[in-house]
Write a protein that binds this ligand. Sequence first.
Ligand code: NAP
Length: 490
Amino acid sequence: MAESPVYSNYINGEWVVAKSGGTFEDWNPSNTDDLIGRFAASGADDVAAAVSAAEAAFEGWRGTSPIARANVLYKASEIIAARVNEIGADLTREEGKTLKEGIGETGRAAQILRYFAGEAQQPTGEHYPSMNSQTLLYTVREPLGVCAMITPWNFPIAIPAWKIAPALAFGNTVVLKPASLTPLCAVRLVEALHEAGIPKGVVNLVTGSASDVGDPLVRDERVVAISFTGSNAVGNELKMIATERGAKVQLEMGGKNPAIVLADADLDHAVGHLVTGAMWSTGQKCTATSRAIVDRRVAEEVTERLVNRVGALVVGDPMRPETQMGPVIDAKAAERIGSDIERGRNDGAEVLVGGGRLSEDGLGKGHFVAPTLFGGVVSDSFLGQEELFGPVLGVIAVDGYEEAIAVANQVRFGLSASIFTRDLGRAMQFAREIQAGIVHVNSETPGAEPQVPFGGYKGSSSYSREQGKAAREFFTQVKTVYIDPPPGES
Ligand code: NAP
């Protein structure tokens, strides 16, 4: 058997092993015999070296012309675009989403880098009138310094790209700590930046565990800003630590995303979107649809169609073109989702499709969970309230729009939400009344484009937004400049 490759940290422009020399393993969730590689099991001293490199590189990078920064981002986007199939296949092997989705996400990472190459070239401030007609009064946005990115496994190249690209575009330097379950995609992104000519120290990658890498990174006084995507428990803990020492913090966390189906909706269209919204990427999207809130007058018909569509999904090896749904990320996730399904059942909801692990037909070597549909879900139950982060959709029947919107808003999350209706007035009312950062009308809850802000209301976020123009808000600070002519001159 071929030796599995060993991957290093990227610090100060070089690929270097962890100071301890240790490594950890990265396994394919579809086939637990497939070892993808070994990665640097780093510690606090590796983090300190990466932060020192980023700190030393900051003055040079902030002084670089934004046009030069844009050129590096653009070149990196071209490199990723040229390798989209290869990196997409790495992503599928490492994360388990289908090959089409793996390639799609990699293409998205290239698109994000390209977008922020453009953003780097936009105006950096505004000119204002002054009370003194001779005064030149303007604002300019300046970078923050060393920024840390802590990212999850479910979008292992797109999320690091949408944090790193704006940070770099606006002149910051970066230390990335990717999820330990998907370090290869982070390596691929950093390789592209390296080949694109990013100056040494501007981007640094440190792999390793939450406690050995994440914690010292969050506590390092030289890290002035932290952009985190992941679970609520971790995000809220990091925020306490980082804000206590005065760092700027951005959190993007969980969701419990509703899709309302009103009685006048095109039911076939709505059901198609409920299924893809809930099950694509094995339901492991923060924006996945997990609650189908359906008008009672059409609930039976919608449920019947859902049973047919969910039951017909092809689950299997995500590399195969016919596969529609791959495994969940690891054994722990499969066990957790299994026990959450059991809890839903014990609470009185009815499993209509799926409801457990899949191990037949060659699936026994992966972490496969059946696409699962629950009927009779009650809004204030565990299934109605908590993020399962897996291929599980619950149907909640309601009496009309007023109850639907009350149920939709009755959770602590507020990331994304949909409504299916032909009534434009209702759709507009929903857009006003729903407590969510992203609203879709007649389309599924996932789906986000890089040129617009992304983030949630309530417990899904920390009031800041990523992507689009919103990224500039987080990764820069404003300086206001008053310039008066010297006395005697005008
Ligand atoms: P997670 O367990 O919170 O981990 C996220 C990242 O934080 C990983 O890199 C993890 O490292 C690191 N980490 C964990 N504990 C830490 C600590 N004490 N100090 C510093 N770093 C720490 O989340 P996940 O399981 O990877 O991702 C799933 C969650 O992300 C779901 O709740 C999902 O909804 C959410 N998500 C949200 C969005 C959004 O934009 N709103 C997008 C995608 C995912 P290790 O990997 O080494 O443990």
